[in-house]
Design a protein around this ligand. Structure first.
Ligand code: DCP
Ligand code: MG
Length: 439
């Protein structure tokens, strides 16, 4: 199902896009499996509805009291003194390609392959085309679409250039991918009293454009998470500020559909909506007593903080990441070339993230979902941590080749044992494989 909450997708004809995808995704096993999955989810929802009907008035009142105490607890810890910008390039790969080939200006353009698109220009999004969609389906939605093969080296060059700009504002800026970073500008603003968060965002966007001829969108807020959400508000080529005041923050978050909150995925959203009627963050706040009764403490706490727009922490040392993974679901195939291609696109995505994080990985793993839905994992640990696309791809493809012949519907690539340094791989390392434990 296409994700119409993505920027630029609002104009697409939903019914027609869904129909085209369904027709092209023929293969009843997929739908059968979706069906089973939703039956299980439905049971969970039914149980929750049943449980709700057993609560006494006293229990509900007590739960409301506890929920309000949690609200007070977090309100006392609210901090609106810090300023964050979340910068995200617009239709990144596609914009780079259009910049370098002006005939494409104003035309629907996607970057990727027959098997999978990495992204699409805003022009292409009007047709419902988006990242992770197979190129052949995109061409059905829009036959005049131009699909360009990814040029990773170019995107990294731009990523390095914008990174240098970000570091002028925050030496500890956090990059989440090649095109997206979070900056704390609290310190910068103290040194530049003539600027404010809004004008600083304008200045950064101008600097990015002058350096790269590309546009970016910026979210401005007093927490990283709010800034990220805000970065999507005036996309493309815009900026949006959540004022650093308690009432404004609450107004902003309460209006959001719960799916816009990072940490609330499809399953949680379905449960909240179907069992509790929660569609927006305001609904979540209104039902806080039920959330207190039905969910475990840590989830409840997360929901309460969400309704207040309060992050757990905005400090730079986020929980050290243990692994990075990317996966892709597709129409089942046993075509070795197609499987190797998908594997290689995922290896590229992982390499890009490692590049943004400036780290390397010692273990490279594969997750394979067979046509039968059986899941297999394979992994390999090498002596010297790797980070280049070529190295990750070679190891991932070796693992995949060993499984041939195989008919798959999903491939995932996962790297773990992350290291904070990047040492050049030597040829010798290929032969120095550490004893293997499948993770
Ligand atoms: N990307 C990818 N595969 C995905 C998602 C993204 O290869 N499933 C790549 C291509 C994108 C880049 O990462 O250009 C940045 O991802 P974004 O989610 O920021 O998407 P865009 O920058 O393309 O579009 P937007 O304007 O919505 O930010
Ligand atoms: Mg982007």
């Amino acid at each position: 199902m296409a994700d119409f909450t993505k920027a630029g997708m609002q104009q697409a004809d939903r019914a027609q896009v869904s129909q085209t995808i369904q027709e092209a995704s023929a293969g009843s096993k997929y739908w059968q499996h979706q069906q089973q999955k939703s039956e299980k989810l439905q049971q969970q929802i039914d149980q929750m509805i049943l449980k709700q009907s057993t609560f006494s008035l006293e229990q509900l009142q007590q739960a409301r009291k506890l929920a309000d105490q949690a609200v007070d607890f977090w309100e006392q810890r609210r901090n609106t003194d810090r300023s964050f910008l979340h910068v995200d390039m617009d239709a990144f790969y596609a914009s780079v390609e259009i910049r370098d080939c002006p005939e494409l200006q104003g035309k629907p353009v996607a970057v990727g392959t027959h098997a999978m698109l990495a992204t699409a220009s805003y022009e292409a999004r009007k047709y419902g085309i988006r990242s992770a969609m197979p190129g052949f389906i995109a061409l059905k939605l829009c036959p005049e679409l131009t699909i360009i093969a990814p040029n990773s080296a170019k995107y990294r060059q731009v990523s390095g250039d914008i990174r240098k700009i970000f570091e002028q504002y925050d030496a500890n800026c956090v990059a989440y991918s090649l095109d997206e970073a979070s900056l704390e500008i609290t310190g910068y603003l103290k040194l530049h009293p003539d600027l404010n968060p809004w004008t600083t965002a304008e200045q950064i966007r101008k600097q990015i454009f002058d350096t790269t001829r590309l546009t970016a969108s910026v979210g401005i807020a007093c927490s990283r998470k709010l800034a990220k959400i805000a970065s999507d508000y005036n996309k493309p080529n815009g900026q949006f500020q959540v004022p650093a005041q308690q009432d404004e923050i609450i107004r902003f978050v309460r209006a959001l559909p719960i799916r816009k909150i990072s940490g609330i995925g499809r399953v949680t959203a379905t449960i909240l909506q179907d069992a509790l009627g929660i569609k927006t963050v305001q609904d979540m706040y209104d039902q806080r007593h039920l959330l207190q009764l039905l969910f475990k403490e840590s989830s409840f706490d997360f929901f309460i903080r969400t309704t207040l727009g309060i992050s757990e922490s905005d400090d730079v040392t986020p929980r050290e990441r243990k692994s990075i993974s990317k996966e892709h679901t597709f129409r089942p195939t046993n075509d070795p070339a197609e499987l190797l291609e998908i594997c290689s696109i995922l290896a590229q995505q992982i390499a890009d993230i490692l590049c943004a994080y400036r780290c390397s990985a010692q273990t490279i793993g594969l997750k394979l979902k067979l046509d039968s839905f059986e899941i297999r994992t394979r992994a390999r640990t090498v002596y010297t941590a790797v980070y280049e696309f070529e190295d990750i791809n070679r190891i991932a493809q070796q693992l995949l080749r060993k499984e041939f012949p195989i008919r798959l519907r999903l491939i995932g690539v996962r790297v773990s044992k992350l290291q904070k340094q990047r040492l050049k791989q030597t040829k010798l390392d290929d032969y120095m494989i550490l004893p293997q434990q499948d993770e």
